[in-house]
Design a protein around this ligand. Structure first.
Ligand SMILES: [Fe+2]
Ligand SMILES: [Fe+2]
Length: 243
C-alpha cells in the first residue's frame, strides 16, 4: 500500500475530540446561518421534519480556525512549488507536466479556501507575510539542493498536510455524528465542506505519491530533511490555527 493510501484510510474511524476554541467565531457566516435555524425551521431535504442544531461557540471557533489554517497552508503550497519549479525544470525539463499539475491543484485549493474565508468572514492568519517568506525560502532552498531534495520536501509537506486534513475530517464527522445521534439534521454546507476536505486531502496524498515515485527517498539525509520539514509544518499549522 502506498503511503498516501495508508493515510487516507486513517479517516475511516471517528475517534478524536474537537480541538479547543481558539479564534474569532463564524458569527455571520453562511455555515452559522445554515445551522442555526429557528425551532420552526426544518430540513426540506430529509422529508422527516428534522431540525438543524445551532453550532456551539466552540464549533464555530473550530471551523473558523480550520478555514484560516487551510487557506494559509494552501498559499504556502503554491509558493513552495513556484519557488521550486524554475530551478528543478532547468535541469529536469521532463518534470514540467508533473510540477505544473501539482501547482495547478495547489492554486485551486488556495482559491477554494480563499472563497470560503471570504464567504464566512474569517480573517486570514496574521502571519501571512511570514509564511510567504518561509514557504518561498523552503521551496527555493530544497530545489537548490537537487531534485531528490525537492521531492523529499514535497513528501514531508504532503505527509503532514494529509494528516492535517484527516484530523479536520474526523473532527467534523464527529460533530455530524453527535447531531445525528441527537436527532438533528446536518446542513448541506457542512456536508459539502467534508466532501471538499476529502477531495483536497486525496489530491495532497497524490502529490505525496508523486514525490516518492520521483526519488524523494534518495535525498540525503532523507530522515533529517523530512523530519525537520515535517516539524516545521506542524509548528506552522499549530500557530496559524491560533494567530
Ligand atoms: Fe493543497
Ligand atoms: Fe499538495
Amino acid at each position: 500500500m502506498t503511503p498516501a493510501r495508508c493515510l487516507a484510510r486513517q479517516v475511516s474511524s471517528i475517534g478524536k475530540c474537537l480541538r479547543p476554541a481558539a479564534t474569532r467565531p463564524l458569527s455571520t457566516s453562511a455555515i452559522h446561518r445554515a445551522t442555526t435555524s429557528s425551532a420552526s425551521e426544518t430540513s426540506s431535504s430529509s422529508g422527516s421534519a428534522k431540525k438543524l442544531k445551532p453550532l456551539t461557540q466552540e464549533q464555530r471557533d473550530y471551523l473558523s480556525s480550520a478555514l484560516r489554517v487551510n487557506q494559509a497552508g494552501e498559499l504556502a503550497a503554491t509558493l513552495i512549488y513556484s519557488a521550486q519549479s524554475p530551478l528543478i525544470l532547468r535541469k529536469h525539463p521532463h518534470l514540467r507536466p508533473l510540477m505544473a499539475h501539482m501547482y495547478d491543484q495547489e492554486a485551486a485549493h488556495f482559491s477554494t479556501f480563499n472563497s470560503l474565508i471570504h464567504k464566512h468572514r474569517v480573517r486570514p492568519t496574521a502571519l501571512y507575510p511570514l509564511w510567504s517568506v518561509l514557504a518561498s525560502g523552503l521551496g527555493w532552498s530544497t530545489a537548490l539542493m537537487g531534485r531528490e531534495t525537492a521531492m523529499a520536501c514535497t513528501e514531508a509537506v504532503e505527509t503532514e498536510i494529509g494528516n492535517h486534513y484527516n484530523e479536520q475530517i474526523r473532527s467534523i464527522l464527529e460533530m455530524i455524528a453527535e447531531w445525528e445521534a441527537q436527532g438533528y439534521d446536518v446542513s448541506g454546507e457542512i456536508k459539502q465542506l467534508v466532501e471538499t476536505l476529502r477531495r483536497i486531502r486525496d489530491e495532497e496524498l497524490e502529490h505525496l505519491d508523486h514525490a516518492v515515485e520521483n526519488d524523494a527517498k534518495k535525498a540525503e539525509p532523507h530522515w533529517l530533511l523530512t523530519n525537520v520539514i515535517r516539524a516545521g509544518c506542524r509548528g506552522a499549522i499549530w500557530v496559524s490555527e491560533k494567530v
